[in-house]
Design a protein around this ligand. Structure first.
Ligand code: G1P
Length: 293
């Protein structure tokens, strides 16, 4: 089955990056000249997604506005002949892609956020992209989300992206219970997930990094999922229930991830993308050299 829909939960309060996220959504923090959410949506589009479903909340309207038309700005830029900037503002979404927004009325966890998109997902398979995590596949042969969708299409097995993390980071993530000798760009079946375990209780060091491809069935299971860790409805718990019914795979990413949900991850992301941007790469490189002597 083709995967054309993606759910992106953006209702989080952004407490880990306060005060920057007090008046603007954390997803709108700039990574050089694009808000982080734009990079996430570009990643989804590159993997063939056509319908983006944002699960949002009051106070985060800036995200929807960013993907909407801005007539006044566009006509001003046009009159002034600022063609390149005009294109960067006007062509954020290809015409074949739609973005819709659904509200999550209460903060009841990631699983609940995904469930809020059920009416829009219907019976179709879908990807989930967590917007705190940026994925950069520029230097790898495979585009990770594309490969996960190919794997899903070939064998209908749910795909969960993982990467190795250091022991001290294990308790920040969902951890996969699987064979750990997994090469980058390859996948294997998984026997379970543990949400944010203590390092000595973790079944592996392969962390769920926020990219999933699910069958619509996960929505039914989420409906029956009781609040778990942190008294929230956990996506990980519904995934464990899905695993009782069907095989699931973890896919080890070959690109690089940046967890912008924390300050150091955000700084790393900005530096990484500044070193690739034609307008900033030279100066960023010299700055890094200058600061490291
Ligand atoms: C969520 C998931 C967790 C995953 C993480 C990736 O946790 O529950 O399994 O590893 O995203 O960023 P959160 O960061 O929302 O607490």
């Amino acid at each position: 089955m083709m995967v054309r829909k993606a759910v992106i939960p953006v209702a989080g309060l952004g407490t880990r990056v306060l005060p920057a996220s007090k008046a603007i959504p954390k997803e709108m923090l700039p990574i050089v000249d694009k808000p982080a959410i734009q990079l996430v949506i570009e990643e989804a589009i590159a993997a063939g997604i056509k319908e983006i479903i944002l699960v949002t909340r009051s106070g985060k309207e800036a995200i929807e506005n960013h993907f909407d038309k801005h007539y006044e700005l566009e006509s001003t830029l046009e009159q002034k002949g600022k063609t390149a900037i005009l294109e960067s503002v006007r062509d954020i979404l290809p015409p074949s892609v739609t973005v819709m927004a659904i509200r999550q009325p209460e903060a009841k966890g990631l699983g609940h956020a995904v469930l809020c998109a059920q009416a829009a997902v219907g019976k179709d398979p879908f990807a989930v992209l967590l917007p705190d995590v940026l994925v950069d596949c520029d230097d790898s042969d495979v585009h990770d989300l594309t490969q996960m969708i190919v794997n899903f299409t070939e064998n209908s097995s749910c795909q969960v992206m993982v990467e190795r993390v250091a022991d001290e980071d294990i308790s920040k993530y969902g951890i996969a219970d699987c064979n750990t000798d997994l090469d980058a760009g390859s996948s294997t079946t998984v026997s379970g997930f543990v949400e944010k375990p203590a390092p000595h209780e973790a079944p592996s060091n392969l962390a769920v990094v926020g990219r999933y491809v699910f069958p619509a069935r996960i929505m039914e299971l989420l409906k029956d999922t009781k609040p778990g860790a942190g008294n929230e409805i956990q996506l990980t718990d519904a995934m464990d229930n899905l695993l009782k019914e069907q095989e699931m795979s973890v896919y080890r990413m070959s690109g690089q991830t940046f967890d912008c949900g924390n300050k150091a991850g955000y700084v790393k992301a900005v530096l990484n993308f500044a070193l690739k941007h034609p307008e900033t790469k030279e100066q960023t490189r010299s700055l890094i050299k200058q600061l490291s002597v």
